[in-house]
Design a protein around this ligand. Structure first.
Ligand SMILES: Nc1ncnc2c1ncn2[C@@H]1O[C@H](COP(=O)(O)OP(=O)(O)OP(=O)(O)O)[C@@H](O)[C@H]1O
Ligand SMILES: [Mg+2]
Length: 214
């Protein structure tokens, strides 16, 4: 991917700290004078945010995981064309809170959509625009789910059907993300997210400096 900008994604299970760390990294990069676009998936455009609402509230659930995969891929296509690619072409750095790995883990491994379908849709929608760096925030299931639960009911916190999935679903998710990291060592770096926010943020910053700023 030869855009002048850099594309960074945060991945991981519920409550891992993706939104928190994406914000902290954006601040560090901005302080270094780098123009940063912070965004999220599903979402980032009006149409993609609608898909996010339908997905998180469970309205898509009756249609099944295959349809969910198609919908989040369509949302990603719009997000890439309207936000991510133009920003990278401008030389800005893009930080996305979730991206294609989440579809591979949530709709693929944890919900049973065949890898061939996931691969084909990713090839069509993402093509060569894979992230330069993916930070996989990893922590024990319970810690993440407790954090997500403690956040539930806070002002502006969206209803999330994935928070209500059983332990086995979240266990499959964590394994799926680990597999993605093992298969993509050049792109994906696993960060222990079970520590204090500032400790996690320091580890994230060290990885970004080593991989993208040196
Ligand atoms: N290192 C940390 N230690 C303790 N609490 C944390 C830490 N990081 C984030 N939190 C808190 O845990 C909750 C979940 O964090 P956050 O929203 O960043 O997670 P997330 O990965 O974006 O979750 P989701 O996948 O549900 O969007 C928030 O209330 C946040 O303040
Ligand atoms: Mg979040």
């Amino acid at each position: 991917m030869k855009h002048p900008g850099k594309f960074i994604t945060f991945e991981g299970g519920e409550g891992a700290g993706k939104s928190t760390q994406a914000e902290l990294l954006a601040k560090r990069l901005t302080d270094k004078g780098i123009e940063v676009v912070t965004t999220r998936e599903p979402g980032g455009t009006p149409g993609a945010e609608l898909v996010r609402y339908l997905l998180k509230t469970g309205m898509l659930e009756p249609l099944g995981p295959f349809t969910e995969t198609i919908m989040v891929s369509a949302a990603r296509d719009d997000h890439l064309n309207e936000v991510i690619r133009p920003a990278l072409e401008d030389g800005k750095w893009v930080i996305s809170d979730r991206f294609a790995d989440s579809t591979r883990a949530y709709q693929g491994s944890a919900s049973g959509v065949e890898p061939e379908i996931i691969n084909a849709l990713e090839r069509i929608v993402v093509g060569d625009d894979q992230p330069d760096l993916t930070l996989l925030l990893d922590l024990p299931l319970e810690t993440g789910l407790d954090r997500a639960k403690s956040r539930a009911g806070e002002e502006g916190v969206e209803d999330d059907r994935f928070d209500r999935q059983d332990k086995n679903f979240h266990k499959n998710l964590r394994e799926a993300f680990h597999d993605i990291a093992e298969q993509n060592p050049d792109r994906v770096v696993v960060v222990d997210a079970g520590r204090l926010k500032r400790s996690v943020s320091s580890s994230v910053w060290k990885v970004v400096q080593d991989r993208l700023l040196s």
